[in-house]
Design a protein around this ligand. Structure first.
Ligand code: G6P
Length: 590
């Protein structure tokens, strides 16, 4: 949430910052700004809306010849998305950009007002700038340290001080930030995609560490301001992971990559079974995540309970972290997160660890906080995912958690080898499914003018419905609800009107006729129904079918259909598919 970039070096500072901001736009995109600095002055330029608005404004502005600068793309937390509230913020001698939330902002603001500071914006960030300025007594490092000691909350800060024209500074706590290194120039950014055009050498900042960057040196200080040595990591991005590769949207590109990344992930774990730890000693499993990742967990809950007979719950992290969770020594907590930086998921993980519970994580970004802190990190191989609405990463989360569920259930299953074969062939089946794009375009044509839709299913099919509904609502803005098919009659059915789209998902053989009966009930009330099922359970010629495989793999076939229906519908509605309104990909604040 919010993206920050900093640069010091001989290149055109504005261009480096803009390139970085464009790569970070997925983190927030309601306003943006940059601060350019040279020995004489600091120039701040901001604009509301997307980075392209800032870029346009910059072409119309007389820009100073800068030697360093900081930049920000915002997802508003405190204060409206207007130019005043856009970052960078400047107070006294301090100019800074911030990602995170300062929880004790009111208390700090009152204190600073008493000291004579006044505030122009509604943001918590301006308070941080004033706080650092208030401690500035020659030594900027000490001022940053003292100020951050006073702060409760999360922050990644990029700072320039008028007292030190040769350096830019960065610090983080509970919000991501990394440094990029190159001869005669240095960088910082919220994630490495912002810098991969310039360098493949990175240092990951830990909590509380402060980085001081000049064009030819980076010094990192620990929380006692003692210089420390840090490992430099070389990370190269694959060419195919850069840009849209000819696709109209990242979302479509990422769906089309699914067969390849699915094969890579499944192969990795099938060919190296030791990568999956033996979890048979756990008697209870809590799966904790946010958004789609939670719905991946919900699929596993049904598989683990049904086939492994282990009590398993899947919960949203923002609720879980504040609950009285009942653990015993045999509880395993599984976190699922594409970014590995989702604030609530991190908090839930830390809470469980504090209570002495083993934490396992399914993560895409290998350098992320959750990947680093979980006791057992496991990785999916999605590569960078740029569209705000997750597709390929979600599918891989489902694949890996389904493999884990299968491992836990093996001893109860009649033909485990057959299921392994299903896992092996599912990437090919997914390829066949996504190749039928015209089918989904046809469905989109039938639903795109509706303002409401429902997804119904039972058990694991209900878990799939949750993701189908979320995908459609987040990219097309059609109001959708996923409902347990049997629960529909208890109130929700009153909302069914003529021609309202209702998607019925049926992969569970035992529940086929039950769900079908519920589909018939809404049909009799005028709904336009779409049944997604397997060739084995097909109910009519109109059904959208996938190949019947095992319950551990059929979900992987159904999900791309729902993703493509959401994509095609959003396209017909003219939506901003890769950056839906009000959203951000990486939710690094509570
Ligand atoms: C945001 C994204 C979702 C994602 C969720 C959890 O809401 O838009 O696509 O599922 O965060 O993100 P994570 O990185 O933890 O998987």
């Amino acid at each position: 949430m919010c993206g920050i970039v900093g640069y010091i070096g001989k290149k055109d500072v504005k261009s480096v910052l803009l390139t970085g901001l464009k790569a970070l736009e997925y983190r927030g995109y309601d306003s943006a700004g940059i601060a350019l600095r040279n020995d004489e002055e600091i120039q701040i330029i901001k604009s509301v809306g997307r980075i392209k608005n800032l870029e346009e404004k910059l072409t119309k502005t007389k820009i100073i010849k800068a030697t360093s600068g900081i930049a920000h793309t915002r997802w508003a937390t405190h204060g409206k998305a207007n130019e005043t509230n856009a970052h960078p913020h400047q107070v006294g001698k301090i100019t800074l950009v911030h990602n995170g939330i300062i929880e004790n902002m009111d208390e700090l603001k009152t204190r600073l007002i008493k000291k004579g500071y006044s505030f122009k914006t509604e943001t918590d960030t301006e308070v941080v700038a004033a706080l650092i300025d208030s401690y500035l007594n020659g030594d900027i490092l000490k001022a940053i340290k003292k100020a951050t000691n006073d702060i409760t909350g999360s922050y990644a800060l990029g700072i320039i001080s008028e007292t030190d024209k040769d350096h830019i500074y960065a610090i983080r706590k509970d919000s991501p930030l990394l440094l990029g290194l190159k001869a005669d120039e240095n960088f910082f950014a919220s994630d490495l995609t912002a810098l991969t055009d310039y360098t493949d050498k990175f240092i990951f900042l830990e909590e509380g560490e402060i980085a001081k960057l000049s064009s030819n040196q980076i010094v990192i200080y620990d929380s006692n301001l003692k210089p420390i040595k840090k490992e430099i990591k070389t990370i190269k991005l694959d060419e195919k992971d850069k840009g849209k590769q000819g696709y109209e949207h990242f979302m479509l590109k990422e769906i089309m990559e699914e067969p390849i990344v699915l094969e890579k992930t499944i192969k990795k774990y099938l060919e190296n079974p030791d990568l999956l730890p033996d979890l048979s000693s756990y008697k209870q499993i809590h799966i904790v995540a946010c958004g789609s990742a939670m719905y991946a967990g919900l699929i596993a809950k049904y598989l683990i309970e049904k086939y492994a007979s282990i009590p398993c719950q899947a919960e949203v992290a923002s609720e879980y972290r504040y609950k009285n969770n009942i653990y015993d020594r045999k509880t395993l907590v599984i976190l699922i997160s594409q970014s590995g930086e989702t604030a609530d998921t991190i908090a839930a993980m830390r809470e469980a660890k504090k209570r002495g519970i083993t934490t396992m994580a399914i993560v895409n970004v290998k350098t992320s906080t959750i990947a680093r802190e979980a006791d057992i990190p496991l990785f999916i191989e999605a590569g960078p995912e740029i569209a705000v609405a997750t597709t390929k990463a979600y599918l891989l989360q489902v694949a890996l958690i389904s493999l884990i569920a299968f491992n836990l259930s093996k001893h109860n299953l009649k033909e485990p080898d057959k299921i392994i074969e299903d896992f092996k062939k599912v990437p090919r089946l997914v390829k066949e499914i996504i190749d039928k794009r015209e089918n989904y375009q046809d469905i989109a044509k039938q639903i795109y003018q509706n303002e409401n839709a429902f997804f119904i299913g039972r058990q694991i099919d209900y878990a799939i419905c949750q993701e189908g509904s979320l995908k459609l609502k987040e990219v097309s803005y059609i109001h959708c609800e996923a409902k347990e098919a049997g629960e529909l009659k208890h109130g929700t059915i009153s909302l069914i009107t003529k021609d309202m789209p209702v998607f019925g998902i049926i992969t569970d053989e035992n529940l086929r006729d039950k769900t079908l009966a519920n589909i018939k009930e809404v049909e009799s009330r005028g709904a336009k129904t779409f049944i997604i099922t397997t060739d084995k359970l097909k109910t009519s010629e109109n059904d959208i079918t996938v190949k019947a495989t095992s319950p551990f793999t059929e979900t992987l076939e159904v999900v791309p259909i729902l993703q493509l229906i959401a994509y095609e519908t959003a396209k017909l509605r003219g939506c901003d598919i890769d950056k839906p309104k009000n959203l951000a990909k990486s939710v690094t604040v509570e």
